[in-house]
Design a protein around this ligand. Structure first.
Ligand code: HXC
Ligand code: NAP
Length: 281
């Protein structure tokens, strides 16, 4: 789908790059010539991923909790000591389904601090360095389709992802004339152990999610990674401040008043709804 040198000479940090979508993006970016940095809280997971992807290119792993400004700054300093990053992918997240009224303050904090504050910490750490040295940079954040409208039962994530999208659109304008592009991807459900074990933890919930989708399937890690590769490449240089939805049309399916008719009405029903005779007009 892409030239194999599409991301040659790009230095890319993917937060949460040890698993799931982050790992998939790491693999694709390596195949396209990038030097990749991954971070996460679990050192053994990062090590295993780096060892697995090593054959595809240059990959470095940094244990780092993005909730900690000090830890983020130390990681970014360490990366910068070998040269500036060109791309930051804010992918790390925390989420689970729960009834909001039952959430403890610690539960709210845990998700908001990873998703919103983690994204803010990493974006500001890179952004300040890029601005100071007039080095062009690109930030790609992974949001979720419910960010603009909210969603029941994942409210800490919804408020955080909404903040991430506001940050994306705001800084796209504030920093755009100084060489920094800000975009986001809002994926629909893509099977990963981390996400599905927490937000679709039962088979019937997976079935419900597939049934809502016009394509009647989940997205794939490869589809997400390809879109991400395009958005962080120089070929997409005029895309700034956008949130690209990648959900097979699920979001629109939910919005259209009559979208569900296809599930209920049979061919016979449609036939019976047609006028019996051509109109006399
Ligand atoms: C209610 C919960 C809970 C749950 C944790 N808590 N899980 N409350 N229901 N299921 C509460 C705990 O009791 C605790 O409250 C507080 O949250 C912090 O929990 P810890 O386990 O100490 O937190 P921590 O180790 O920081 O882990 C963070 C986490 C965890 C978010 C809770 O799930 C995690 O590590 N997630 C990372 C990966 C992830 O979530 N991936 C999925 C992304 S999918 P107290 O009161 O004791 O402090 C996604 C989009 C999906 O974002 C969209 C699909 C379409
Ligand atoms: P995942 O595998 O659970 O990925 C989350 C990653 O974030 C993990 O590698 C985790 O590693 C890391 N992380 C969590 N807290 C962190 C912290 N405090 N500091 C640093 N790293 C942290 O789930 P995923 O499905 O790939 O999700 C990736 C992104 O896609 C998330 O932003 C998610 O919201 C978004 N998304 C996913 C889906 C989907 O269906 N899969 C749909 C919409 C949006 P550690 O635990 O080792 O820290």
């Amino acid at each position: 789908m892409f030239r194999t040198d599409l991301l040659k000479d790009k230095r890319i940090l993917i937060t949460g790059g040890g698993t799931g979508l982050g790992k998939g993006m790491a693999q694709r970016f390596l195949e396209l010539g990038a030097t990749v940095y991954i971070c996460g809280r679990r050192e053994e997971v990062l090590r295993a991923t780096a060892a697995e992807l090593f054959a595809s290119g240059t990959i470095h792993a940094f244990p780092c909790d993005v909730r900690s400004l000090n830890a983020v700054d130390a990681m970014i300093d360490a990366i910068w000591s070998a040269g500036p990053l060109d791309v930051l992918v804010n992918n790390a997240a925390g989420n689970f389904i729960a009834r909001s009224e039952e959430l403890s303050p610690g539960a709210w904090n845990s998700v908001i601090n990873i998703v919103l504050m983690g994204t803010l910490n990493c974006t500001m750490a890179c952004g300040r360095r890029w601005l100071k040295s007039s080095h062009p940079g690109t930030v790609l954040s992974i949001s979720a389709t419910y960010a603009p409208v909210g969603s029941a039962y994942v409210v800490p994530s919804a408020v955080s992802k909404a903040g991430v999208e506001a940050l994306t659109r705001s800084l796209a304008i504030e920093w755009g004339n100084r060489g920094i592009r800000m975009n986001a991807i809002a994926p629909g459900p893509i099977p990963t152990q981390g996400a599905f074990s927490r937000v679709l933890p039962r088979p019937e919930l997976e079935t419900l999610a597939v049934d809502r989708n016009p394509l009647h399937r989940f997205g794939t890690v490869e589809e997400l990674a390809n879109l991400a590769a395009f958005l962080v490449s120089d070929g997409s240089g005029y895309i700034n401040g956008e949130v690209i939805r990648m959900d097979g049309g699920e979001f629109l399916q939910g919005a259209g008043e009559f979208s569900n008719l296809g599930r209920v009405l049979t061919d016979e029903d449609w036939e019976s709804l047609r006028p019996r005779k051509p109109s006399a007009r």
